[in-house]
Ligand binder design. Structure first.
Ligand code: F6R
Ligand code: MG
Ligand code: MG
Length: 365
């Protein structure tokens, strides 16, 4: 049975500041998607939030890039924005870059990860959702899940994974993409994806049958709006078990809270802290960046779940490490490498400062 899983998210207004989403907005989104389910457009849905991002997890039979599904998400975000405006939520409608829907939500602000899949006899999936960071945040964990035998022993000892995986990489500056096969092109892969703000993993396929294994959202709000107006707070869908990484192999990379771009004013590196949903309220220095993982069993397209997979004391140590790293890196204040490089910062005063002092620059001897 072919099912499409669409995860579409947007920040339609923060409560309080950029820390969360008001419950009323969640209710409206829930009502809207329930209507679409009653009408038969959706098979199932789950509405949630991570930080200030409203996340719509939907299953249907309309395939990828369906105008109907994208319009449904867009209208849900518009409804949410109305509530956000009426309650004077912070930055109401901030991710909706256009006034009119034109058939496809791509390039209009919201983040989108979609996969069409043939549902297996049992189909365990994980939806990862992050706040206060950018899609490059998935590069390291995806590499570890699908190409690093020290993370995923299945690559070594399970015949169903032993052939390896193909990575689809986007060059977000040149608007190009390339397929890289692992393990044979491992070092080629790493020279690219190590630059996680330039080369971003869009999808992963199982090499021997080309079946889809993972897909991430790779919108860059900065580029779409022609200026930097917000980090993208990405989502990622990963299929698990029976020829894909086990649930535990897919979660394991997050036991190391790696440094990601985002955090305060979208302009700082900070540790990605894995948390259960109830702790996804980034408030210290507007962070540190968070990641949640919801597990579902698909059943004829129904979303059985979720299980809140970082709600496990086994991730306590990662959270403690993230806090230690946050203490350490915060001490750098406005200095790189805590602060992002000049081109990646979401806020800057550099052009104004340079203009002000331009006549005071003198040639070196
Ligand atoms: C990061 C983020 C926040 C804001 C910060 C300042 O992605 O959204 O850290 O950048 O709270 O917000 P403004 O400029 O709206 O006061
Ligand atoms: Mg926000
Ligand atoms: Mg956000």
């Amino acid at each position: 049975m072919k099912i499409t899983l669409s995860v579409i998210k947007a920040d339609v207004g923060g409560y309080v500041g950029h820390t969360s989403v008001h419950p009323r907005i969640m209710e409206v989104a829930e009502d809207y998607l329930q209507k679409a389910k009653d009408q038969g457009l959706l098979i199932d849905y789950f509405v949630t939030r991570v930080g200030d991002d409203l996340e719509l997890i939907m299953t249907h039979k309309k395939g990828q890039n369906s105008g109907e599904i994208h319009k449904l998400a867009w209208n849900t975000f518009l409804e949410g924005t109305e509530i956000a405006k009426s309650l004077k939520m912070y930055g109401a409608g901030q991710d909706l870059l256009s006034d009119a829907f034109s058939g496809n939500i791509k390039g209009m602000g919201p983040g989108l990860a979609e996969m069409e899949l043939e549902e297996r006899p049992s189909e365990p999936i994980i939806i990862f959702m992050a706040d206060k960071t950018s899609p490059g945040a998935w590069n390291l964990p995806l590499f570890r899940m699908f190409a690093d035998p020290f993370n995923t022993p299945g690559l070594v000892i399970d015949p169903k994974l032993h052939d390896g995986f193909t990575f689809e990489i986007l060059d977000v500056y040149e608007h190009k993409k390339v397929l890289i096969n692992t393990p044979e092109e491992l070092y080629d892969l790493l020279i690219l994806i190590g630059a996680a703000e330039h080369y971003i993993i869009k999808s992963v396929f199982r090499k021997h049958d080309n079946d889809i294994a993972a897909v991430s959202s790779t919108q860059r709000l900065s580029m779409m709006a022609g200026r930097y107006i917000g980090k993208d707070d990405p989502v990622l869908v990963v299929r698990t078990q029976s020829g894909f990484p086990a649930v535990g192999e897919a979660l394991e990379p997050f036991a190391f809270p790696h440094l990601v771009a985002g955090w305060m004013r979208g302009s700082h590196y900070g540790p990605l802290m894995p948390v259960p949903l109830h702790q996804a309220n980034p408030s210290r220095f507007d962070g540190p960046p968070r990641v949640c993982a919801l597990g579902f069993q698909l059943c004829e397209g129904k979303l059985i779940g979720p299980r809140d997979l970082f709600d496990d004391p086994a991730f306590d140590e990662a959270r403690r490490t993230a806090n230690k790293v946050a203490d350490y890196i915060r001490k750098l204040g406005p200095f790189e490498p805590h602060r992002l490089g000049l081109k990646e910062m979401e806020y800057t005063t550099l052009p104004d400062v340079l203009k002000k002092i331009k006549d005071r620059f003198v040639d070196l001897d």
